[in-house]
Design a protein around this ligand. Sequence first.
Ligand code: ADP
Ligand code: ADP
Length: 233
Amino acid sequence: APVVTLRGVRKAFPTGTLALDGLNLTVNRGEFLSLVGPSGCGKSTALRLIAGLAKPSAGAVVWGDDGAGPARAPAPGDLGVVFQEPTLMPWTTVAGNVRLPLRLTRRRDTHRGDDAEARVAAAIARVGLDGFADAYPRELSGGMKMRAAIARALVTDPHLLLMDEPFAALDEITRFRLDNALSGLWQGLGTTVVFVTHSVFEAVYLSTRIVVMTPRPGRVAADIAIDAPFPRG
Ligand code: ADP
Ligand code: ADP
């Protein structure tokens, strides 16, 4: 079932740069979709359009079933977003950072009180940061900061997790460890993931589907299903 469709999307910036033109892409429920392509082809722009952080110049971002039924825009908490920079708030702890989306969304009772605390603890445990709930970001390694950012993105149980080159700034060993952690998370949670990466290896290793974009202006050059999970361990 379609989660979101980019239909004939064009994105031109006021500077005159045409980042995307004629981009057609449907993200399906449960898939791990990697978006790859040359630098500057509009991968981040496409992700930002899905996240609602930018509007298309032409075309549309359509939520839910394509055509049939009302297309409902995502509510706060339906989306989790992770950028290359973990952007943790320095004045609060890991738990404080992970709790933030719950405070911002206040969806149902599960985002308040004891339930909220249980969710925060569970999200921290999921990314392997048990024991670091009360640590401040400055006390953490780069990999641990990224784990905390992922916990923060997952705490609301988002339907869709958007990740923009999350591990690009990390050393290769940490990156590989986080690839494995993310793979385990995705298999355990069943969340839909759109993952922007420069690394074809990472894309093949993690994904059920790889969409390759053309050089700018970006559109779909190839759409590849990965039949079986990439053999592990
Ligand atoms: P990618 O993620 O594939 O490297 P981006 O989506 O970041 O590509 O950028 C696509 C193109 O749009 C690039 O040429 C980039 O310089 C340009 N671009 C991105 N954001 C802006 C912006 N806010 N203003 C002007 N140009 C932008
Ligand atoms: P990863 O990011 O994959 O968890 P790291 O290399 O960042 O790997 O850290 C490996 C382990 O070393 C962490 O899980 C943690 O237990 C410990 N560690 C790293 N940095 C710190 C730190 N600043 N304070 C306490 N423990 C740390």
